[in-house]
Design a protein. Structure first.
Length: 437
């Protein structure tokens, strides 16, 4: 029988615990302790990782790593959270595997339908989504996203990502996830946690600021040069993202004329529809969750078919070409990880090019034999010749990068959800990419 409520019961035995991948399959890890991991010694979250493994709600990977910087999906977080609270749903014949955990979270009031911008449980968990659920678990609630973030920071559940930055659309790593879960357990035991005062101040400012349709803070000062091109300017994105060069710059033919987001939000009924925008966003983000996260040890045909399902198949390469890339990943021993968030208030359109939706992304390349076709992106091999990116040279192994790019999306189905075009690339002449410090 499943135990309900925030009962702090943990198994102290170190057991082989299933770790769920973004593809929904279970990878059985060997019994291990955090001390045996090859990638956690000296890590900022080492103590939280030790505690989490000792309590039995998470473990490492078969090769002896914990992969603390690997992004966590929504389903993985819910499963870890429910296990950490001592709830034991029957997962015997569940499909998808995470269904019993979602049911437990729903019955306990931690998860509410509509919490996520799309229904894709394999999408990376954002900090905003993490805050919303964590606040409910500690017995509090809020009226919108900004108040949830304020409650999370003011109760010590979340800290800023540097100088109090909230980074609400940023993804969540395994290290961050177990740290938050450990903080939740301390709060539920009656402990008062220290807070990041800068983050609390930023959260309070955002809570009191004007909001967009998604409840996100809109800023009215320090605006980008082209602020008039957008329906509003969000606190969470820098001016650099807004000021990217537009597609087809300098081309005067009418068919290439770009309609700005401000114009589309006044005239395009699909852009005006919040639920429609969530579908566009969910599809593109699911595509890039797959594209940016590859591992020669686990990639397979399901990865290829899933990636292909998010493409506009009218103008895309065939599935067999995606399968060729899978074979190359295995042969070249490629390991890379990353995440991408698309912003529905930054959509452009032209008759020739279709829709372009602006994105914020990050990635790192961990392993490969030959520096070629690391990602299934048509412009990756030419990025060193790109004037805008050439100063970076080859992307260094293990180095995190972040940037902004416009993603081509379109569809040949009347009224269908625009999917990622075969022409989409993170490495276009307009893209901006930086090293993370």
């Amino acid at each position: 029988m499943m135990k309900k409520g925030p009962l702090l019961y943990f198994s102290t035995a170190i057991l082989a615990v299933s770790i769920f991948t973004g593809e929904g399959s279970a990878v059985q890890a060997e019994p291990s302790t955090a001390a045996s991991f090859t990638d956690t010694t000296g890590h900022w979250a080492e103590s939280s990782i030790v505690a989490a493994v000792q309590k039995g709600y998470v473990s490492g990977y078969p090769e002896g790593t914990f992969q603390p910087e690997k992004t966590v999906s929504r389903s993985e977080f819910i499963a870890m959270l429910i296990r950490s609270l001592g709830q034991t749903p029957d997962t015997g014949a569940a499909s998808p595997w995470y269904t019993p955990y979602v049911k437990a979270a729903t019955e306990s009031g931690y998860y509410v339908a509509g919490d996520f911008s799309s229904g894709n449980w394999s999408s990376s968990l954002s900090r905003q989504e993490l805050a919303r659920i964590a606040v409910r678990v500690i017995g509090k609630t809020a009226k919108d996203n900004t108040e949830y973030m304020y409650m999370a920071t003011s109760n010590g559940v979340l800290s800023g990502t540097g100088n109090g930055a909230l980074n609400v659309t940023g993804t969540t790593t395994r290290a961050q996830t177990v740290t938050v879960i450990e903080r939740i357990s301390r709060i539920l035991q009656g402990e008062t946690l220290p807070v990041d005062s800068l983050a609390v101040g930023n959260a309070q400012k955002a809570m009191n600021a004007p909001k967009d349709p998604w409840g996100r803070a809109v800023r009215t000062t320090n605006l980008p040069k082209n602020a008039k091109d957008f329906p509003y300017i969000l606190e969470e994105y820098p001016n650099e993202m807004y000021e990217l060069e537009l597609p087809f710059k300098g081309i005067t033919e009418p068919a290439f004329k770009i309609s700005t987001p401000a114009e589309l939000y006044k005239t395009d009924t699909r852009i005006q529809d919040k639920k429609e925008m969530e579908k566009w966003k969910g599809n593109a983000e699911a595509y890039y969750k797959l594209l940016l996260n590859v591992d020669y040890r686990t990639i397979n045909g399901k990865w290829a078919t899933d990636l292909y399902s998010h493409k506009n198949q009218w103008n895309s390469v065939g599935l067999e070409e995606v399968m060729t890339y899978v074979k190359w990943v295995k042969k070249n021993k490629i390991v890379a990880e990353g995440s991408l968030v698309v912003e529905p208030s930054m959509i452009f359109h032209s008759k020739i090019g279709g829709y372009f939706i602006r994105s914020k992304f990050s990635f790192r390349i961990k392993e490969y034999n030959e520096y070629k076709d690391i990602f299934d992106d048509l412009l990756f091999n030419s990025h060193q010749k790109n004037d805008n990116l050439s100063s970076l040279g080859k992307f260094q192994k293990g180095q995190w990068y972040y940037g902004y790019s416009d993603i081509d999306i379109n569809t040949n189905i009347q009224g269908g959800i625009p999917r990622v075009s075969n022409l989409a690339s993170l490495f276009t002449l307009r893209s901006v990419i930086h090293k993370k410090n």
